[in-house]
Each structure stands twice: as structure tokens, then as C-alpha cells.
Design a protein around this ligand. Structure first.
Ligand code: HAM
Length: 438
């Protein structure tokens, strides 16, 4: 029989790396709480039309990358339903905002999510078919202040804080404004005209985009097309006064908060719902897939999927890419247990072995109940093997032999200092709780 493997583009996350994932999520939750965000959990699959209408039919995500299936009807009277594994979470959050009438509270909704997303992309380092996003959205009726540039700047300042607290160094915030939908239409027209004389020299994708959605030409990565694209008109020059003022206010608030940024005129993002502010945080260590996170404003998304006017701004971070970056920065020292308990048995004396193992379990229970993390060895191991095993997973080893059991004085070795000491059982938990070497 052939062996079964995880499906292409998906992977198993294993210890010790999963500890890093949990640490990232714990820090994110803690930062979100400080900024008054609450958690939302939306379903992993949704009606396909949510993404078609929300993210946009013409985007790569919707036209090529979605995992979609026809779900069989359960009754004759029902039609089949087209369902899709969510390729991103913003459309689902806005659907939930509309469905639960969250706007009627009159308050800004500040929601965060952590969970898997699915895109049928060509797998490579930092790009998977199932990946995890940590994201957040700020959305509400205009009278709640949802359109204010302060919201954009606050989200960006939170991201700078979050990346710093995660220990990610060397990130760059790239920012742009794609204007209102009217600005974008005007810019699309300007681009369409500007492309006429040059599009013949461009790649096939650009030739198609020049007709269907000229803005997407700016996403092109084909090296030969780059000088042509750089010479095209810039979107900032098509913004109306409102959009210009909004963008200037976002940048001024970032300056005041001392959040560094770089303007990127080509940053139009790959999803159609964006209006005004768009941004990405990139990291040089990631290679081709260098976006740690992306986001922006989506002032018309709610209406596009049948809801009330509800401007919003948000972002999603690629958690897989945060892990890769931290691993590359080598800040991912595996967390060690407080203690390894090594019972000393005699493999030939089954009764004595069982007694020592049982005593070791009782000691482990005592220490774990005191809040310590403990790994438990086995009395059949030779002492050398116990030491080797302990050094890999714990900061200290506790030796439990017949003498120790009788006297209640245990032998403890600290791997960091190399010191070996005798410790009365009553003091053991307090000693093991100390940092390594102390
Ligand atoms: P996005 O730029 O499509 O935006 O994805 C955000 C982040 O998810 C990317 O910067 C990247 O780190 C990660 N990511 C995307 N695709 C993959 C993949 N195949 N493998 C690994 N990581 C990936 C959105 O999804 C928007 N919903 C963000 C947003 C929220 N805009 C407003 N609110």
C-alpha cells in the first residue's frame, strides 16, 4: 500500500515549533486586548458568492485560487449550493457584521481573528494552500468615526507595536492610497489610455489586465515589464481632494506616533474591496514571499455584499511567515521544562523498578501540582541515558533512587551551572522554580 501524506501545500505543525505558534498567538491576543479588540470566529466555509462579490471576480484569489465545491442539496426542493473554503477572513467578518446587525449599536466594532485560510497557490517557502492568518477589522457606521484617518493610523501603530513585541526586527511599512471607488475608476481610465501604446511589449497577463482591470497591471512581477510599469501615471495624481486630505491625515498621525513608513505608489493590493489607505509590512528575510501582512480600508465592502454603509479598515498577518521570520532570527529557543525526574531502578528487579517508577510518578504529580513543568523518565534507563534525555528537554534533573526516597533528600543537577546539590523534598518545588543557573 502506498503511504499517505499531507496534501500538497498543507503541512503538519509539530513541537517544538508549535510552542512558537502559541507564543505568537498569546502575544497577539494580549496586544489586541490592550487596544480593545474582541475575538470573532467565523465559519471556515462560506457561500461562494460572498467572495465573488466581496473580494472581486477578477482577482487572482477568486478567479484561480479558491477551493470551491457544489454541495449536494438535501431535499428535492433545494438547489445545490456552491461553497468555498475561505481564502481570507475580511469578507466573512463583514458578512457577520451585517447578519448580526452589529452596526445598530452605533459603536465601532473592533474584531480580531486567528485561523486557517485556503488558497490554491503554487506552494513555496512562505506560501501554502492552508495557511494561518492573525487579523483584525475596525468597522462601523460613519457616525461612529469609522472613516476617520485616526482609525487607519491607530491600526498601523498597533501593528508596529505588535511586531516589536513579537521580537520581529527589520520590518518595513509600505503605504499608499488607492482613493475612493470614483478615484479608482478615473485612475483605471487614465491607466487604460496610458497602456495603449506600451501594452504590446508586456506579458500576457498584463495584456489581459489592461482590458479587464488595468489597476492589476501594477501587481505584475515580470522583470521586463517593470520599467514600463514604473513610468505609468501614479494613482495619487488621480485622487480627489477628500482622498488626498484623508491620506495626508493618516501620514501626519503616523509621524506624530513616530511609526516609520515608506510610500509605495504601486501598492494597490490584490483584492478589489480596497479604498483609500492600503499597506503592507514586508521583511527582507522572507525571500520572494516578503509580505508579513497586508491590509487597508474597504469603505464600500458592506454595501457590495448587501449591507448598510459601514466603512472599515483592517489587516491580516501571515502567521506562517511570522514563524519563519522568528526562526530565521533565531529567537526561537525551545522552551525547556523545569525538571526531569530520573528514577533509579534495576532493570533486573521488576518489583524494585515498579516501586521506583511509582514513587517518581508521585513526585512528578507533586511538582506539577505546584505549577512546574516536569518530564518523567523511567527507572529502566541507565543514569547516563537519563542525563542525556534530561539535558535535551529540561533545565534541571532530579535523581530519585532508593536512598533519596528513604532520606527525603534529593539530588538535583542544574545543567546551566553544572552544580549538583542535595535538596530536601519540601524545598524542591521552590528550587526548581528558580531560573536556570540560579
Ligand atoms: P492578503 O494580502 O491576501 O490580505 O493576505 C494577508 C497576509 O496573509 C499576507 O501578507 C501573507 O502574509 C499571508 N498569506 C496570504 N496568502 C498566503 C499563503 N498562500 N501562504 C502563506 N501566507 C499567506 C488579506 O487576506 C486581507 N483579508 C487583509 C485585510 C484585512 N484587509 C483588510 N482587512
Amino acid at each position: 500500500m502506498s503511504t499517505l501524506k499531507a496534501v500538497r501545500g498543507t503541512r503538519d505543525l509539530l513541537p517544538p515549533e508549535t510552542a512558537l505558534w502559541n507564543r505568537i498567538e498569546a502575544i497577539a491576543r494580549e496586544v489586541f486586548a490592550r487596544y480593545n479588540f474582541g475575538e470573532i470566529r467565523t465559519p471556515i466555509f462560506e457561500d461562494t458568492s460572498l467572495f465573488a462579490r466581496g473580494v472581486g471576480e477578477e482577482t487572482d484569489i477568486v478567479s484561480k485560487e479558491m477551493f470551491t465545491w457544489e454541495d449536494r442539496s438535501r431535499a428535492q426542493s433545494e438547489k445545490n449550493q456552491s461553497l468555498t473554503l475561505r481564502p481570507e477572513n475580511t469578507a466573512g467578518v463583514v458578512r457577520a457584521y451585517i447578519e448580526h446587525k452589529l452596526g445598530e449599536s452605533g459603536q465601532l466594532q473592533k474584531l480580531f481573528y486567528i485561523g486557517p485560510q485556503f488558497r490554491r497557490e503554487r506552494p513555496q517557502k512562505g506560501r501554502y494552500r492552508q495557511f494561518s492568518q492573525i487579523g483584525a477589522e475596525v468597522i462601523g457606521p460613519p457616525h461612529a468615526g469609522s472613516e476617520s484617518p485616526l482609525r487607519d493610523a491607530e491600526v498601523l501603530e498597533m501593528l508596529a507595536t505588535l511586531l516589536d513585541e513579537l521580537g520581529i526586527t527589520g520590518w518595513t511599512l509600505e503605504i499608499n492610497s488607492v482613493g475612493s471607488s470614483a478615484d479608482r475608476e478615473r485612475y483605471n481610465q487614465t491607466l487604460r489610455e496610458a497602456l495603449v501604446p506600451v501594452v504590446g511589449q508586456m506579458c500576457e497577463d498584463c495584456q489581459r489586465r489592461a482590458v479587464t482591470n488595468p489597476l492589476r497591471v501594477l501587481d505584475c512581477k515580470v522583470p521586463e515589464d517593470q520599467p514600463i510599469i514604473d513610468a505609468l501615471p501614479k494613482i495619487v495624481d488621480s485622487l480627489d481632494e477628500d482622498s488626498k486630505t484623508h491620506f495626508a491625515a493618516v501620514l501626519a498621525a503616523l509621524d506624530a506616533a513616530e511609526v516609520p513608513y515608506t510610500r509605495n505608489h504601486r501598492l494597490v493590493r490584490g483584492l478589489d474591496y480596497y479604498t483609500r489607505t492600503t499597506f503592507e509590512f514586508t521583511h527582507g528575510g522572507l525571500g520572494a514571499q516578503n509580505a508579513l501582512l497586508g491590509g487597508g480600508r474597504y469603505d464600500g465592502l458592506s454595501e457590495a455584499i448587501g449591507g448598510p454603509k459601514a466603512p472599515g479598515i483592517g489587516f491580516a498577518m501571515g502567521e506562517d511567515r511570522l514563524v519563519l521570520t522568528l526562526l530565521a532570527q533565531q529567537q526561537a529557543e525551545p522552551v525547556k521544562n523545569d525538571a526531569y525526574i530520573a528514577p533509579l531502578g534495576d532493570a533486573k528487579d521488576q518489583a524494585a523498578l515498579a516501586r521506583m517508577n511509582a514513587a517518581a510518578l508521585a513526585l512528578a504529580r507533586e511538582l506539577r501540582r505546584a505549577g512546574l513543568s516536569v518530564e518523567l523518565g523511567d527507572g529502566s534507563f541507565r543514569l547516563k541515558k537519563s542525563f542525556e534525555a534530561a539535558d535535551k528537554v529540561a533545565r534541571r534533573i532530579v535523581i530519585l533512587g532508593e536512598d533519596e526516597l528513604a532520606s527525603g533528600i534529593l539530588t538535583v543537577k542544574d545543567f546551566a551551572s553544572g552544580a549538583q546539590t542535595k535538596v530536601p523534598r519540601a524545598e524542591l518545588a521552590a528550587i526548581l522554580a528558580r531560573p536556570a543557573g540560579a
